[in-house]
Design a protein around this ligand. Structure first.
Ligand code: SAH
Length: 248
């Protein structure tokens, strides 16, 4: 799997790639990440990558030319034709389902915008899909690219220390698509608050039931849509339904 990232600020990625459980995935090239700076493909003494918007208004717009040259250099290196992703508030929001699809793919070209965005002609000609991180505006696509790379990496086999511990995270449709239960660790009592007795009981079935109930409870409260989806997919047991029917 290989991701080619087009960015004016590749240095922003260095600390991200060097830390956390996902580091091994990048270092071992289980997930290969290459950076491409459109400035290197820009013309003239100043290597301009942006210019003022036609029609006036504030800010600058990334020019189509350097981006296109940059993309051509990537495509010349890759024998496949990976999809070109642009991070933008315009796209559908990144979610578990799309992260799971990317994590089973051969990778993509990730385009990070800056300034006011990118000349629309580049988007129309070269971009296959736009992806948003949410309904807010970032000053660049780099954080969105890191979000995608991080979420994809932790789904790769062997990346999380505990084999496949992502199975139990929120949103996993293979499990139930519900939100995760709360977690506790030592000390058993902290500032007068005890950890839940069920978790300290040592009874596997009781622990599992407690976790399931908390997961149902928090999902019913915060994301009733996910409960409805789990029910429609037949992923709620009789015990789950009995618990849900008792919730206020
Ligand atoms: N003028 C644009 C915002 C430009 S922000 C608008 O109002 O929609 C500069 C760059 O940051 C964008 O080109 C995009 O790559 C990135 N960006 C901003 N918000 C984003 C979001 N919510 N999700 C993903 N990328 C985003």
């Amino acid at each position: 799997m290989r991701f080619d990232v087009i960015t004016l600020l590749p240095e922003l990625f260095a600390p991200f790639l060097a830390g956390g459980v996902t580091r091994r995935a990048y270092e071992s090239k289980q997930i290969e990440v290459e950076f491409w700076n459109p400035r290197q493909f820009a013309q003239g003494h100043y290597r301009r990558v942006d210019d003022r918007p036609f029609g006036g208004g504030p800010g600058m717009v990334m020019m189509a030319g350097p981006l296109t040259q940059c993309l051509a250099a990537i495509q010349a290196q890759r024998s496949d034709r990976p999809p070109v992703v642009l991070f933008s508030p315009v796209g559908p929001k990144l979610d578990h389902a799309s992260v799971a699809r990317w994590s089973a793919s051969a990778g993509a070209v990730l385009v990070c915008g800056r300034y006011e965005g990118i000349d629309q002609r580049f988007i129309d000609r070269h971009v296959d899909v736009q992806v948003s991180l949410g309904d807010f505006v970032l000053s660049g696509g780099e954080i969105a690219a890191m979000a995608l790379l991080d979420a994809v990496a932790r789904l790769q086999p062997g990346v999380l220390g505990d084999e496949d511990s992502h199975q139990f995270d929120s949103f996993n449709p293979a499990l139930d698509g519900l939100l995760d239960c709360p977690h506790y660790t030592r000390p058993e009592e902290w500032q007068g608050v005890k950890a839940p007795g069920e978790l300290l009981s040592g009874h596997h079935a009781q622990i599992e039931r407690w976790r399931r109930d908390r997961s149902l409870e928090i999902t019913a409260r915060q994301r009733p849509d996910l409960i409805a989806a789990a029910r429609a997919s037949g992923l709620l047991s009789k015990a789950d339904e009995a618990f849900l029917s008792k919730l206020p």
